[in-house]
Every structure is written in structure tokens, then in C-alpha cells.
Design a protein around this ligand. Structure first.
Ligand code: ZN
Length: 417
């Protein structure tokens, strides 16, 4: 059982570090995360202003990057450095994606329609990956009506040999780095994620766990079954399944570590007053709840969720079905972001290294509450909130008003509706 996924959130959110209840599900480990999370920015960020925020300076980072990624990527970085930082392009307002039959054709497509200057290290085995990345970029371009910054270079390689880094992007210099190992082993990665998530997704008596939204859980079971039967054929479908499972795990994990936040969100719902009448004797007022242990709060949350389900309101974790291209959109979000921000607390060894901007972000309860509506990862740092929100907007997901207000306040890149 691993709770490492939520360790950082606990730290940043000032919440309890109490151990989980026996009845709580285990959660999948982050090492199969499909979100291009974790080390993407740690390895590749090259923002000069980071040093004032207490992170490593540009040259150290870049030196580290070259050393870590070897000679090939060293040449890649040299190639990019000779060029300017990507600027906003005006591509065609609508691009029709066509699946290429060869790597050569896929590269030609990207150069012609997407303004990608170079694809590096793609071999014939990577045809589905290059088609996937091109299709994802096309769909983002179309949503942005052709006006956006694009990566200059897309490199696929073994440099990020850890499966936890499936996709990585350099923010300001326009390298999009893909983890060849992950994509070549996508079935293995999905299988690991299914195994890790099995306690979370399936209860022993074959009932849908209370903390899951019934409809969403059924849909997810169906997709897992399709995957196991070999019916999920495209790379995008598999990436999306993996992504959705991990998002769901994040959401359930957040309920476990921050049950009071979930209870407060339910109390804000219009249906609450009728539910409350039925629960009056069982659930104390918020000021009393606040004094309870996290485990007791979680028990109250489960009682509330049970009663809500009986009343036809399902507030279980619903792990929004994302998009086959969500991780591409996320990286594009970093690229579009005109502000220089601290990325994620994951980039720091311990909280004493956190720059003030990050401390302020993590300790702002209002921000955490809002960001958690996008994803748990978006809580981990201001730049991740922007990238995660951007990814949702590109997917045309409607986001709550407070999320949009914070995104606007922080000057997040505008996405046409
Ligand atoms: Zn990111």
C-alpha cells in the first residue's frame, strides 16, 4: 500500500499525516503516472529567473540536463539553444489531421502544418507515437484557432528510462521530450496501473466502492475489460485509461487525506439541506468536525456519501474522463504560460527549500481548495495549476467559476471557448 502519492499534498496542505483507516483502499503508485508529471520540469526547466526563487540556476540545470540525458540530448539542446525561444505562431485555424503511414510522412506533416522544426530519434517502431503526438498537437491547435506556441523540437529517447516520466517538455525553449521506453511498454504500464488500482476500484464483495461515482466506475470497468481483451487498440486510448485511473486514485486519496474539504464542498451543494435533515443526528456541525481526527472525519464523509447516494445524488470520485492527449495539452500549457512561476514542490528535496512563492501557494487554503477541483497535481505548484487547467480547457471541459477566476487572476493563457 502506498500513500506516497499524497505525501506532498499532506505536507503542503497542512493536513493530518494520520495513517489511513483499515477500510480505506490502497492507491496506485505514482511511478506509473501518465501525466508527464514528476521530473518533467525538474530535469528540463530552463528558466533563468528560477534562481531568484531559490532553485538551481539555468546553467546548472542545463549542465545537469546534458549530463543526465547523454550525448544525444546534448546535441538536441545545442540545436535548440541556437534558436530563439518559441513565439506565438499563427497556424491554420483548422487543421485536418491525417494519420501517417510512415515516420517520414508524419514528420513532413508536423513540419508543414504544425511548425515543428525538428523531430529527433523516431524510428519505424514509433509510428503510433508520432501519430499520437501529431494528432494531439493538431487538436490543441484547432482549439486555439491556430494561435499558439509550438515546440520547436520533439525528441523521443531512452534518456528518461524511468517509466514515471512518460512525456516531458522543456518550457521556454520548446523541446518536447518523449520517453520511448514508456511508449514501447504502454501495455505493461497500463497493467501495472490496473494491478495497483485494483483495491481502489473493486471492493471484495463485487460492489462498487462507496467513494466512487457509480456511473463513472462502471464506465471505467468497461474500459479496463476492453483493455484486457485487447480491444483498446490505440495508443491514445491506453494513455487515457492510465491517466484516468491515476486521476481517480488521486481524487480518492484526497478524500482520504482531506475528508473535511470534501464535506465542505458537499455542504455547499444545493441538495445539502434535504440530506442534512436525514443526517442530523449523525453528522456534527463543521466547527465540531474540524476538531475530529481525519479518520473520524472520513467516517462522517462516508456516512454522508451513503445518504446522498440513497437520495440519488452521487458525490463519489468521478475522475473526469480526460482526453487521449491530456499530457500533451499539459505540456503545451507550460509552453504557453507567459509568466515565470515555481513549477511543483516535487522539484524540491524538502520543504525547507521551497521558495516563498511556493510556500504562499501551498499555504493558501482557498487556492488549494480551488486547485483540487482541477486535479491533485495542480495543487503542487502554481505552474502546475496553470498547465493542468489549460489541459482541461483545451479538452473543452467546463470548469467551476472559482477555478476560472483563479486562472484569470494568475494570468493563465487564454483558451478560446
Ligand atoms: Zn507540468
Amino acid at each position: 500500500m502506498s500513500y506516497q502519492v499524497f505525501e506532498n499534498i499532506n505536507r503542503g496542505y497542512g493536513a493530518s499525516t494520520s495513517l489511513p483507516l483499515n477500510s480505506k483502499p490502497s492507491t496506485p503508485k505514482r511511478h506509473v503516472h501518465a501525466n508527464a508529471l514528476g521530473k518533467d520540469e525538474v530535469i528540463l526547466s530552463g528558466e533563468k529567473s528560477k534562481d531568484k526563487q531559490g532553485q538551481k540556476d539555468f546553467s546548472m540545470k542545463e549542465g545537469g540536463l546534458v549530463a543526465a540525458l547523454g550525448a544525444t540530448i546534448g546535441l538536441v539542446v545545442a540545436w535548440v539553444k541556437k534558436r530563439n525561444i518559441p513565439k506565438i505562431k499563427q497556424l491554420a485555424e483548422h487543421i485536418e489531421f491525417t494519420k501517417a503511414e510512415t515516420i517520414k510522412d508524419a514528420i513532413a506533416f508536423g513540419k508543414k502544418h504544425l511548425g515543428i522544426e525538428k523531430y529527433s530519434n523516431f524510428s519505424d517502431n514509433d509510428l503510433n507515437v508520432i501519430n499520437w503526438i501529431n494528432e494531439g498537437l493538431v487538436s490543441a491547435c484547432n482549439k486555439m484557432r491556430g494561435k499558439l506556441k509550438m515546440p520547436k523540437l520533439i525528441h523521443i529517447g531512452d534518456e528518461l528510462s524511468d517509466i514515471s516520466n512518460p512525456l516531458a517538455a522543456e518550457n521556454k525553449h520548446g523541446i518536447l521530450l518523449l520517453n520511448k521506453k514508456f511508449f514501447n511498454d504502454i501495455d505493461a504500464a497500463v497493467n501495472i496501473a490496473i494491478n495497483n488500482a485494483s483495491d481502489l476500484l473493486f471492493s471484495k464483495n463485487n460492489k462498487i466502492p462507496l467513494y466512487l461515482n457509480r456511473q463513472k466506475a462502471l464506465k471505467l470497468y468497461e474500459r479496463i475489460s476492453q483493455f484486457k481483451q485487447g480491444k483498446l487498440s490505440t495508443l491514445g486510448q491506453k494513455v487515457m485509461l492510465l491517466d484516468d485511473m491515476l486521476k481517480l486514485a488521486d481524487e480518492v486519496g484526497f478524500m482520504q487525506t482531506h475528508p473535511l474539504e470534501k464535506i465542505k464542498a458537499i455542504i455547499d451543494m444545493p441538495q445539502w439541506s434535504s440530506i442534512q435533515k436525514r443526517l442530523r443526528d449523525d453528522i456534527p456541525e463543521v466547527d465540531v468536525l474540524e476538531k475530529l481526527s481525519v479518520d473520524d472525519q472520513y467516517m462522517c464523509l462516508m456516512k454522508i456519501m451513503c445518504q446522498m447516494k440513497k437520495n440519488g445524488v452521487d458525490v463519489g470520485a468521478n475522475g473526469v474522463e480526460s482526453s487521449p492527449f491530456r499530457c500533451i495539452y499539459h505540456e503545451l500549457g507550460h509552453l504557453q504560460d507567459i509568466e515565470t512561476r515555481v513549477m511543483s514542490k516535487d522539484g524540491f528535496k524538502n520543504p525547507s527549500e521551497y521558495p516563498k512563492e511556493l510556500v504562499d501557494w501551498l499555504s493558501n487554503e482557498e487556492y488549494m481548495k480551488t486547485a483540487s477541483k482541477v486535479s491533485q497535481y495542480s495543487c503542487s505548484g502554481p505552474a502546475e495549476f496553470i498547465a493542468e487547467t489549460y489541459a482541461q480547457l483545451i479538452s473543452s471541459h467546463k470548469l467551476p467559476d472559482d477555478v476560472m477566476a483563479l486562472y484569470k487572476k494568475m494570468n493563465g493563457p487564454i483558451v478560446p471557448v
